[in-house]
Design a protein around this ligand. Structure first.
Ligand code: 5GP
Length: 123
């Protein structure tokens, strides 16, 4: 079991969703990623694209296989944005890393947000 700073990453909620141990609204799944709606949406469209492999944060991406995983996650995020028909109106992809970014779940994921004017976060 992977334990870092007393956090038990094997018990994280995303693992349970990926493995169909709890009910969720899965929109897409393959052998690398799982995508589902955020339980507490911050926009009309708020989808989480999660790596099936337990990678706690983006800091842990290290090798060619991980490069393929993060690339695939972005490609699936774009596909989902197109499926939601927000590719022209626009959307935002976010990866939070650790405390200062407010990361809540230590299992690598991309937020796909859209369906409204999101405003600038960097000016
Ligand atoms: P983070 O802050 O780690 O980048 O984002 C974690 C996200 O996971 C939050 O937006 C939160 O609303 C979402 N979340 C937390 N628990 C659950 C859950 O049980 N189901 C779903 N679908 N989303 C969750």
């Amino acid at each position: 079991m992977l334990k870092i700073k007393n956090r038990n990453y094997m018990n994280n909620i995303f693992n349970k969703i990926i493995n169909h141990k709890i009910k969720s609204n899965i929109l897409y799944q393959d052998n690398i990623v799982t995508a589902f709606k955020d339980i507490n949406p911050k926009a009309p469209i708020h989808i989480l694209i999660v790596s099936n492999k337990l990678i706690p944060t983006i800091n842990e991406l290290k090798n060619e296989k991980d490069k393929m995983i993060i690339g695939h996650m972005i490609i699936i995020a774009v596909k989902l944005a197109k499926k939601q028909k927000i590719e022209k109106s626009g959307y935002r992809l976010i990866i939070n890393c650790n405390k200062n970014a407010g990361q809540e779940i230590y299992h690598l994921h991309i937020h796909l947000l859209g369906g409204k004017k999101l405003g600038k976060i960097i000016n």
